[in-house]
Design a protein. Structure first.
Length: 182
C-alpha cells in the first residue's frame, strides 16, 4: 500500500481483476463505509469491555439517557429506536434490570404497559460509557485534519438524506423524504 492507499484500494483492484461486473458506482463507497464501521465497532467493543457492557446494553443505556429526563421509554419505543426486535430488547433489558442500571415501572395510565427507566446507577454508567466511547472514537481519527472530518460528515449526511430506502421503515428521516422521488 502507498501512503495514500488503504485496504479498500487493494480489495477494489482485486475485484477489478477478478470479477469487474460486480462493481458498481457505489461499490467503493460501500466498502469504505463498511471498513470504517468495522474499525469503529472494534473501538466500541474494546471500550465497552471496561464497563462490562455489550453493544446492545450500551445502546439501551445511551438511548434512554439521550431521551432526557425522566430517562424512560416504553419498551416498543425503545425497540424501534434501537432497531432490535421486542424480544431482543426484552433480553437486554432483563440483564440491565439485574445489574440495577434500569428499572421497569408500571404505567399508571395503562395497566397493560410499562416504562423502562434508567436508575441513578444507570445514568452514571451511561454517561461514563458514552464519554469513554466518544473519546476513543475521537482518538481513532487523531491526526485527521478537521476540514477532512467536516467534509466527510457533510458528504455522509447528504448521502444518508439522499437514500431514505436504507433507513429503518419507521424512521422520521425516511418518512420525510421529498415528494416526487419515487
Amino acid at each position: 500500500m502507498t501512503a495514500t492507499s488503504d485496504p479498500v484500494d487493494a480489495w477494489m483492484r482485486a475485484w477489478r481483476a477478478e470479477l469487474p461486473e460486480i462493481l458498481f458506482a457505489s461499490s467503493e463507497l460501500s466498502k469504505r463505509i463498511m471498513f470504517l464501521s468495522a474499525a469503529l465497532d472494534r473501538v466500541l467493543r474494546r471500550e465497552l469491555t471496561e464497563f462490562g457492557l455489550t453493544p446492545a446494553e450500551f445502546d439501551v443505556l445511551v438511548t434512554l439517557r439521550r431521551a432526557g429526563e425522566p430517562y424512560r421509554m416504553k419498551p416498543n419505543q425503545l425497540a424501534r429506536s434501537l432497531m432490535l426486535s421486542t424480544g431482543g430488547t426484552t433480553n437486554v433489558t432483563h440483564r440491565l434490570v439485574a445489574r440495577g442500571a434500569v428499572a421497569r415501572e408500571d404505567d399508571p395510565a395503562d395497566a397493560r404497559s410499562t416504562w423502562i427507566r434508567l436508575t441513578s446507577d444507570g445514568i452514571a454508567l451511561a454517561e461514563r460509557a458514552v464519554l469513554a466511547v466518544s473519546a476513543e472514537h475521537d482518538a481513532a481519527f487523531d491526526g485527521v485534519p478537521a476540514e477532512v472530518i467536516d467534509a466527510a460528515t457533510v458528504a455522509l449526511r447528504n448521502l444518508i438524506t439522499s437514500t431514505p430506502g436504507l433507513l429503518p421503515r419507521d424512521s422520521a428521516a425516511r418518512n420525510a423524504r421529498p415528494q416526487g422521488r419515487d
